[in-house]
Design a protein around this ligand. Structure first.
Ligand SMILES: [Zn+2]
Length: 427
């Protein structure tokens, strides 16, 4: 999607300029020279091409500070779009964002459930079409489709070591199938990393923040951003805090280990404990007969949360116990990364975040190792349910704006990340 390899040097100076404009909102050409380290001639050429391509527009002039008033540039937000898809067992969330990452359309549909993968992909292609056509955006203006799903990623299939409920997706070439069905280029990532990117792109997280998104959907994970860039590890599977161990002889986890945070405290564990308590199961509406349609973990977790809100003490106790485990996981993450900011996000925290937030905050205030140096701000995502889908769209935008993954924000790193020499104004 970032163009042929021979154009990389050019594409990346263009990408660097586009990304600086996106982050700044509005900026003059002189501001771009200062921010990127490129020469005036390079900025002039790149900006002219961006304007010709319709990606950037001139918008008024900056207040004069004595000299000539400077023309301001900004992204042409409605020139390009990206589709973000969050596929999960319980639901599929779709968003369409503009070039700036703002959501212009969203919809939720039934999850993958027990359906065959090819049937789900066919349905998804139809739903993507409806999303894009629904707002009257031409296909040619959609850059691509970002896809996020649970489970460790592999380069070939996207999902290999799949969580139990999606085991039938093992070995299914999801990326390729979706690309063929929609005709859009597909980029994929795991749900927690995408949720972190979504938080970053939808605002509220500074570009320089050392920041993590603690994600709870069906499982528990974390997305990590260092200096505004996602940290992915060797295979795109960094941040699996849900599979850190809190009890060496604890319950067996689906990942093969024992005592994982997810096995002790994830939504499935909460729901299982609620079902095991007959009175609580009845109070929460989880005791349906055998004729009852098997519901999703997310729906059952929501039922336990509603029972807690109604003042059901057993339900409240289960959620608070889960929150204490999650808080210890959050502290581990904060200690390892020396975090400044932790955002709680994901569909399950969209439902029960108000229970988890104070417990995580209290744990970090009390026990974060470097608390004498600085606090860790903890907040609940403003878009906890849709953050992964927004992040999926951001993956597409980022691959257009920042085709090289490292260093583009930092002028001093440009020489290292460029395969070919780039014109520089100084240094
Ligand atoms: Zn595990």
């Amino acid at each position: 999607m970032s163009g042929p390899a021979r154009a990389t040097a050019h594409a990346s100076s263009r990408a660097a300029v586009l990304d600086v404009i996106r982050a700044a909102g509005t900026i003059s050409r002189v501001g771009l020279i200062n921010a990127t380290g490129f020469t005036g001639a390079t900025i002039s050429t790149v900006v002219r091409r961006l304007i010709d391509d319709g990606l950037v527009v001139e918008t008024g002039r900056a207040e004069s500070t004595g000299g000539k008033r400077r023309v301001l540039l900004q992204l042409n937000q409605s020139s390009r779009y990206a589709v973000g898809v969050h596929l999960d067992h319980a639901g599929i969330t779709y968003v369409l964002t503009n070039l700036g990452g703002s959501v212009v359309a969203r919809m939720s549909r039934a999850g993958a459930g027990a359906e065959d993968p090819p049937a789900v992909v066919e349905r998804m292609a139809g739903e993507v079409g409806a999303l894009v056509e629904g707002v009257g955006v031409g296909r040619e203006r959609v850059l691509g489709l970002g896809l996020v799903s649970p489970g460790p990623l592999t380069p070939t299939s996207g999902m290999r070591l799949t969580p139990p409920l999606m085991r039938h997706w093992e070995d299914f070439p999801l990326d390729r199938a979706l690309q063929e069905a929609t005709g859009l280029p597909v980029v994929s990532d795991n749900d927690a990393t995408a949720a972190a990117l979504g938080e970053h792109w939808s605002g509220g997280v500074g570009a320089s923040a050392t920041f993590a998104a603690l994600y709870m959907g069906t499982g528990i994970g974390a997305g990590l951003l260092v200096d505004g860039m996602a940290y992915r590890g060797a295979s795109g599977n960094a941040g699996e805090i849900g599979h850190s161990c809190l009890a060496v002889d604890g319950p067996r986890c689906w990942c093969g280990a024992r005592g994982c945070v997810e096995a002790l405290a994830g939504p499935s564990a909460v729901v299982a404990a609620a079902r095991a308590d007959r009175a609580l199961a009845r109070a929460a509406g989880l005791d349906g007969g055998s004729g009852r349609r098997r519901s999703s973990v997310t729906a059952d977790f929501a039922a336990v949360t509603r029972a807690a809100r109604r003042g059901e003490p057993g339900a409240r106790a289960l959620l608070e116990r889960s929150a204490r485990y999650l808080a210890v996981a959050a502290r581990t993450l904060a200690n390892i990364m020396d975090l400044e900011l932790l955002v709680l996000t994901g569909p399950s925290l969209a439902i029960a975040g108000s229970v988890y937030l104070p417990v995580v905050r209290e744990e970090l205030d009390r026990a974060f190792f470097s608390r004498a140096a600085h606090p860790v701000a903890v907040r609940l995502s403003r878009s906890a349910a849709t953050a992964p889908a927004i992040g999926a769209a951001a993956l597409v935008l980022q691959s257009e704006l920042v085709p090289l993954r490292q260093g583009l924000r930092l002028p001093e790193n440009l020489a290292d990340s460029e395969p070919a020499p780039v014109e520089r104004s100084s240094a």
